[in-house]
Write a protein of this length. Structure first.
Length: 155
């Protein structure tokens, strides 16, 4: 089973990301992916925007999981961002988004991509976890919460 700790590195967690629009958010997420994984920031932002045109990846409760596939990737990876101010995301419940987990997958990673989406969605739908993520003070605290979720669930 896919675990969040398999998808995320500590450098890919950003508390207090600032973006005023969805487009600006995708650019910030691209920059974070470039920093954490050495990806092309513009290519990431463009791939996210292209996927988003199919329909919003905001699934409600102030949470979104924008995702895309890139030829340059070897494995599924993610970036977690807590926004300093919520952004309109055209989410299913019309609530603005303040918690974002971006997933990027290799182009051919069909099943692996879906498993990662399901894993992230399951964790973020847990209201207690979402509340802790919103209240965590630092990037390290957020990473520990995300990476530690599996350990708690397995116990």
């Amino acid at each position: 089973m896919t675990e969040i700790s398999d998808l995320l590195v500590p450098e890919a967690v950003v508390a207090g990301m600032s973006a005023s629009t969805k487009k600006a958010l995708f650019q910030q997420l691209g920059a974070a992916a470039a920093k954490a994984y050495g990806l092309d920031a513009g290519a990431v932002a463009a791939a996210l925007a292209e996927r988003e045109r199919l329909g919003s990846t905001g699934f409600g409760g102030g949470i979104a999981i924008p995702h895309a596939k890139l030829d340059s990737l070897k494995r599924v990876c993610g970036v977690f961002a807590r926004l300093s101010k919520p952004v309109d995301f055209a989410a299913i419940d019309d609530m603005p988004v303040d918690v974002v987990f971006m997933l990027l997958s290799p182009t051919g990673a069909g099943a692996e991509h879906l498993k990662a989406l399901a894993c992230v969605s399951r964790k973020l739908r847990d209201r207690a976890i979402a509340a802790k993520l919103r209240g965590a003070a630092t990037n390290d605290a957020i990473f520990a919460l995300l990476a530690g979720v599996e350990a708690r669930d397995a116990a």
